[in-house]
Design a protein. Structure first.
Length: 462
């Protein structure tokens, strides 16, 4: 028994020490991992975009694939705490907290990532011109336009030299051009495979000195003059800024969308709470924790003091888990954490109440303590499992319907239940067992029990 208590104490110390190291990691970096606190849209603001498939016949698998591609793109933007979720059968919700350039982010999300080289028939087409190509005769921009109803209003169809499906994404890299009259400029390298590479090589060899337009998602990126044949189907795309280079790189690198997406709604979300309200929430949590601690100590005395220490350990471990996973904290998420504190106290209350009851029946302190944990376990187990089931249902509901606030609440509540089981059944029990030899039955007041209340007719357990 003593060896088991020492092992549990070592585990508790190591776990708490690891949690403290994560919470107070220098520059929020722990073992090379960013463990800074993540805040959601309602705490730091950002943008929320609702994307809809422009193809009414898009399948559920295509929408799911599109959501994965969008998620890869937004993660490549370097924006933390992003949320990408399917909403219904043909929509995708994207939340980007703290995004610095909303316009660039939206363009990155919307682009299908289809790169084409077209035969412009010797014409120079201005950058940004929307064109119809033989591979994509009906640009998705038509679905977003309220004024253009006739596709022919966008001009003739230009013959595609390459097929976007033949793009080798492993060859797509950010780079710089090799100087020239305008000096070094941002660029993106590319390479085509298969028939597209052969067609590109043949066309450039036969049209040296003539323009060839580079088109991304039916929009002209540039129309460079062919200086030499692209015999291996590779080259670079020069752009005017690093922002444009990063956008094009992300669209090409992380795959083409299986269906075109249009923006149904886009809104900038301001921080509804702000830093002052976050501090107020933290203050409220500390006050609540202090009130619970005072109640536990006054009512349960020694065990209440130990429960308070276990509750502090619970808080330290929970915040470390939030940082490590990471969990994006929203206002409902904070509410879920505070609620889990109350549930963590409930387990200790059940144990200590049972301890008192067994002691009043005439059992000695050690037997009463062990029976307190054993007899209260079914109630703790059932209440914890039922709360976990509720958390899982809420999380699945939020995931299916794109309600990220519900997911935050469910996640923090569920994690809190798991951590509270550890602190109540391991930390509290270990500390009580270790201090138990210091107190005889004559000092039972330390457990909040008056020996005169106990029944003289019940004998201590063997």
């Amino acid at each position: 028994m003593q060896n088991r208590n020492i092992l549990a104490l070592i585990i508790t110390i190591l776990t708490t020490g690891l949690a403290l190291a994560i919470n107070f990691a220098p520059n929020n970096i722990f073992l090379g991992r960013d463990v800074s606190v993540r805040l959601g849209l309602d705490l730091q603001g950002g943008i929320q975009v609702l994307l809809r498939s422009a193809d009414p016949d898009a399948t559920a698998d295509e929408i799911a694939t599109a959501a994965r591609v969008v998620e890869q793109r937004v993660n490549a933007l370097g924006v933390g705490e992003t949320v990408v979720q399917q909403a219904g059968s043909n929509r995708i919700i994207v939340e980007l907290p703290g995004v610095a350039n909303p316009e660039q982010a939206i363009e990155t999300l919307r682009g299908t990532g289809r790169l084409e080289f077209i035969d412009s028939q010797g014409q120079y087409l201005a950058d940004g011109t929307i064109v119809r190509t033989s591979s994509s005769p009906n640009p998705p921009q038509l679905a977003e336009s309220e004024t253009i109803t006739d596709p022919t209003a966008l001009g003739p169809i230009y013959q595609s030299i390459t097929d976007g499906a033949d793009l080798d994404t492993s060859a797509v890299q950010p780079t710089f051009s090799q100087g020239g009259a305008l000096g070094s400029r941002p660029a993106v390298s590319f390479a085509f495979r298969g028939e597209s590479a052969q067609r590109l090589a043949s066309f450039t060899a036969a049209n040296v000195g003539r323009p060839m337009c580079i088109v991304l998602d039916n929009v002209v990126v540039s129309c460079p003059v062919i200086n030499a044949a692209l015999t291996d189907g590779s080259g670079i795309i020069e752009v005017s800024s690093e922002a444009d280079r990063n956008r094009i790189f992300n669209q090409l690198k992380y795959g083409a969308l299986p269906v075109p997406l249009v923006i149904e709604t886009s809104r900038t979300v301001t921080a509804t709470l702000g830093q002052e309200s976050v501090q107020a929430s933290i203050t409220a949590g500390i006050i609540g924790l202090a009130v619970v601690a005072i109640f536990m100590i006054l009512f349960y005395r020694g065990p209440g003091l130990i429960a308070t220490v276990a509750l502090l350990i619970y808080t330290i471990i929970s915040f470390a888990i939030y940082r490590l996973i990471p969990v994006t904290l929203t206002l409902p998420g904070i509410a879920g954490f505070i609620l889990s504190i109350g549930l963590a106290v409930d387990a200790n209350v059940l144990i200590f109440a049972r301890l008192r009851e067994e002691y009043r029946r005439g059992r000695d302190i050690r037997s009463a303590l062990e029976l307190g944990f054993v007899e209260s376990w079914p109630a703790i187990r059932d209440s914890s499992v039922s709360t976990l089931i509720t958390s899982i249902v809420l999380f699945m509901f939020g995931n299916s319907f794109g309600v990220s606030l519900i997911k935050g609440f469910a996640l923090t509540l569920g994690l809190g239940i798991v951590v509270s089981l550890f602190t109540a059944l391991v930390v509290s029990r270990t500390f009580l067992r270790l201090v138990l030899p210091l107190f005889s039955d004559e000092r039972a007041w330390w457990f909040g029990v008056d020996r005169r209340e106990s029944s003289p007719t019940v004998q201590p357990a063997a």
